[in-house]
Design a protein around this ligand. Structure first.
Ligand SMILES: N[C@@H](CCC(=O)N[C@@H](CS)C(=O)NCC(=O)O)C(=O)O
Length: 230
């Protein structure tokens, strides 16, 4: 089996890649990395990804992390249509822009507000809330200015896979973002038009929602960066 994805079951970047593999109808082996057990902190995993982050793609021994790079690689290597990762320069620039926006701002701010306090010893603060609103407001503005059904074009692109999984983190904690009407509309449209892809995201959303109610006990973990709740 040439393609293997090392993935965490509730990890938004992992679920973005899983959606892409499904969209492209690619067969692959899924290796579930147990975040709570610290599977990604081992020497073995460090060889796959020195950043010790999940996901990692292995294509016949060619291994790399960073979910944006994985999405771009898969869409380029296995083109199913001309829309998922368009070749047109301006369309592609917008897809790349949305991927960068998600990495630098949208998912970054959402994960600081939603995910970090679930898994580690952080609090939701007025600042993390403010940044989440800024992220949503920025995305709403992009949708308004572009006037497209999806994040970069009128079709689903690899950028939507990332933005949808970031947005589901908000749904997981019942964060109402309906004031960002175009984000809400885009999110609802995606669920309706791509139910098979949404199923992949929904499973992760439900796990995060459970963890929100009962945060995992990671007190055994020695994390190189994040403070662990004791
Ligand atoms: N920029 C990376 C981020 C991946 C990421 O944050 N993965 C999380 C799981 S969802 C992780 O591996 N975190 C490691 C840790 O917190 O120890 C990507 O897009 O692939």
């Amino acid at each position: 089996m040439p393609l293997t994805l090392y993935s965490v079951s509730d990890g938004p970047p992992s679920l973005a890649v899983q959606q892409c593999l499904k969209y492209l109808n690619l067969e692959y082996s899924l290796v579930n990395v147990d975040f709570g057990r610290g599977d990604h902190m081992t020497k073995e995993f460090e060889l796959k990804n020195p950043q010790k982050e999940i996901p990692v793609l292995d294509d016949n021994g060619f291994q790399f992390g960073e979910s944006n790079a994985i999405l771009q690689y898969l869409a380029d290597k296995y083109p199913k249509d001309s829309t998922l990762y368009p070749k047109d320069l301006k369309e592609r620039a917008l897809v790349n822009h949305r991927l960068c926006f998600n990495l630098s701002t949208y998912y970054r701010y959402i994960s600081e507000h939603v995910m970090a306090p679930i898994f580690f010893d952080y609090k939701r603060t007025p600042l993390s809330l403010k940044k989440t609103h800024i992220a949503l407001s920025n995305f709403n503005t992009y949708l308004k200015r572009n006037g497209t059904k999806y994040a970069a074009t009128d079709n689903v692109t690899i950028a939507d896979f990332q933005l949808v999984t970031a947005t589901m983190c908000l749904e997981a904690i019942d964060f109402n973002f309906s004031e960002y009407d175009l984000v809400q509309q885009w999110y609802d449209t995606y669920k309706q038009e791509y139910p098979e892809l949404w199923k992949i995201v929904e499973r992760g959303m439900k796990e995060i929602s459970e963890f929100e109610k009962n945060p995992p006990d990671l007190s055994h973990m020695v994390h190189p960066i994040h403070p662990v709740r004791k």
